[in-house]
Write a protein that binds this ligand. Structure first.
Ligand code: NAD
Length: 355
């Protein structure tokens, strides 16, 4: 298969971690006989420095012309004083909305070797944590009409969803559940919100085409409790934009390892943008100590969701699992007394374990 990938290294540790991910992708290409070509795009602070804006229309066009995008991270103190419209983070929003990415996948996985990093009690995580938050990304209250009264003393934000918007993301969630443990939990506030009742109706209708996948419902207040009481309950957690924003951060936190978690932003066709959930970590940029695993695992998601290459995706995930089991640790995941290796060496260790 030929793959055309747009690389957006971005700022801070972005270029270092993307470099390691590209080495892993190249090796997968060699082992499995795929041709991979890259085109590099400036976005975020580096684009502000070079082009005076966080994302140029040409950069967006290049991204749109690729099969998938791999992004490092954007932002840093150098650009913190920029006005809102010119901040590096605008590049992310520009890419997500410009590319029509309505569906956000954020897996939260607790690696047994790193269980000590979780803030939860050992007995709570004994059943494991391996869940996928599927968050609607381009609708709901963040995008609805908003405003203030003339005297400024009342304000509103409208939450609106169409059945079509719900149906397309529900299908993504059920398809994902089919290659996982076949269970979808719809998280909503259907006891209060009309939009949530439309979500229940629509998701139930979609579920009838997936008889092999179990569907259950949970109110969002309860879900936020269950995530820290019994995270093993969840396989695929499907939810709307604002609830997903909050719950995906909570779910990541229970794994305790920000340098380990990947994400995907998808649309109806196979195109997607893949990135670690962490930021540009300016405090450690250029020191060869950043953990590249979240970005490497983002390439596994890319192979799975944009190219349907499950075997290749698993090969990367298993190489990471084996490296962790063998004691490979960057500083952020090392316990006292454990040997710490740098970004490039961590990449080497994972490359060596790819089969
Ligand atoms: P951050 O995620 O960059 O860093 C938080 C902490 O985690 C830091 O101590 C950092 O050193 C550590 N960390 C993060 N990733 C790591 C990795 N791979 N390996 C080892 N340690 C890692 O969050 P922040 O400090 O709040 O933000 C820094 C900049 O990143 C800001 O400009 C922010 O706006 C931007 N940001 C960008 C994205 C993105 O590009 N998607 C996301 C979040 C924040």
């Amino acid at each position: 298969m030929d793959m055309r990938i747009a690389l957006v290294p971005g700022d801070g540790i972005g270029p270092d971690i993307v470099r390691e991910a590209v080495r892993v992708l190249d090796r997968i290409g060699e082992i499995y006989g795929h041709g991979i070509s890259y085109t590099e795009i400036d976005a975020g602070g580096i684009s502000i420095d070079r082009n005076k804006v966080p994302l140029t229309p040409q950069a967006l066009e290049k991204a749109a012309a690729s099969d998938a995008v791999l992004l490092g991270a954007v932002g840093g103190p150098k650009w913190d004083a920029m006005p809102g419209e010119l901040r590096p983070e605008k590049a992310l929003l520009g890419l997500r909305s410009g590319l029509g990415l309505f569906c956000n996948f954020r897996p939260a996985v607790l690696y047994p070797e790193l269980a000590g990093a979780s803030p939860l009690k050992e007995s709570t995580i004994a059943g494991g944590v391996d869940l996928l938050v599927v968050r609607e990304l381009t609708g709901g209250i963040y995008f609805g009409e908003k405003g203030r009264s003339e005297d400024g003393q009342s304000a509103y934000d409208v939450m609106r969803y169409t059945a079509g918007e719900i149906e397309r993301i529900a299908r993504k969630a059920f398809d994902a559940a089919r290659i996982r443990r076949r269970r979808v939990t719809l998280v909503d506030k259907a006891n209060v919100l009309e939009t949530s009742r439309l979500w229940r109706e629509t998701v139930s209708r979609v579920a009838s085409s997936y008889p092999d996948v179990e569907l259950d419902f949970m109110y969002v207040d309860n879900a936020s409790m269950q995530l820290v009481r019994d995270p093993s309950h969840f396989d695929v957690l499907l939810t709307e934009n604002m609830f997903g924003d909050i719950l995906s951060d909570e779910a990541s936190m229970i794994t305790g390892s920000i340098g380990m978690l990947a994400s995907a932003s998808l649309r109806e066709d196979s195109f997607g943008m893949y990135e670690p959930i962490h930021g540009s970590a300016p405090d450690i940029a250029g020191k060869d100590i950043a953990n590249p695993i979240a970005t490497i695992l983002s390439t596994a998601m890319m192979l799975r969701y944009s190219f349907s290459l499950e075997k290749e995706a698993r090969s990367i995930e298993e190489a990471v699992e084996r490296a962790l089991a063998d004691g490979v640790r960057t500083a952020d995941i090392a316990k006292d007394g454990e040997e710490r290796i740098g970004t490039a060496e961590c990449g080497d260790e994972i490359l060596r374990r790819l089969v």
